[in-house]
Design a binder for this molecule. Sequence first.
Ligand SMILES: Cc1cc2nc3c(=O)[nH]c(=O)nc-3n(C[C@H](O)[C@H](O)[C@H](O)COP(=O)(O)O)c2cc1C
Length: 329
Amino acid sequence: MSEINLSVTVSGLNLRTPLILASGCCGYGEEMERIEGWQWEDVGAVVLKGVTLNPRIGNPPHRVAETPAGMMNSIGLQNIGVKELVLKVSERLWKLPTNLVANVNGETVDEYVQVCEILMEAEAIKAAELNISCPNIRKGGLEFGLQPETASEVVRAVRSVWQKPLWVKLSPEPHNIADISQACVEAGADALCLCNTFPAMSLDLSEIPPRSKLGTLFGGLSGPAIKPIVIRKVFLVAQRLKEIGSSVPIIGVGGIWSGKDVLEYLAVGANAVQIGTVLFSDPIAPTRIINELKNLMRKFAQRNNDERWLDISNFVGCLEIENKIVAWT
Ligand SMILES: Cc1cc2nc3c(=O)[nH]c(=O)nc-3n(C[C@H](O)[C@H](O)[C@H](O)COP(=O)(O)O)c2cc1C
């Protein structure tokens, strides 16, 4: 039987595996090397902690809380600011044996643009991922990602200054996520990441009256609880991209814990995936997930006597609908 092929290409970037470390869940990447058993070879890319124009101290504690089947966070985009990040990349991060992706945030379109202009100085950054779940202060704090117009405005503005691959990370909130996706693609996105954490609320009932478990009233929910919701969103967006004849890749993000979870995302149309929350409970999850993925691929190839299943790209969009294999890519 032939070798397993796990490599994928996303927006022109070659990834060793379809597994990408999600922003905010692996610091600046270098922290992962302190973990016993850590192996970069199982990782396709790392998305660095979200960056803004100026450093931010973030939200008051508590900033994380456990919930059944997930976690809540309200970090408040604590970060070192883009200038410090560029320095860190040129001094140390460039040595990491993986693709570095910057996660870009802003409160105005101009802030996103300025962050990206400064990031262009960091040669080792291979792509920018725009987090459009940020509050737009010109629109009373309404997130950029909630409407096709504001989403496309920020993507178009950044596209004019950013010459490398541009990923756009969507908000899970809008009901018309396919419209938002189409707007982002038409404005110049090279990949869509679905999606960010879900706005949520969780209370501590050890005292009465109860309080929010977090230092803020609301937080973002992540982990296995959100996976089935995001799977559907990926399905809807993949269908829309197919309808408009777009080959822009989708990166699925939400609740991935196992090799099976990865295949589920690929089957509905994702080309690669990101993992976040799992890293807090199993820091060497990439190696476990890649082993599970390989075992599943071997099993499917043997069971069906079909070597196609040894190539990860053949799983993309392979979902069977009404007894027909629908291939979307
Ligand atoms: C503690 C924490 C911090 C995060 N920080 C960021 C961030 O800075 N930028 C961003 O776009 N997403 C951020 N996220 C969202 C994750 O990148 C990811 O989209 C989300 O957690 C869903 O994936 P998961 O269920 O695998 O964790 C953060 C998530 C967590 C749990």
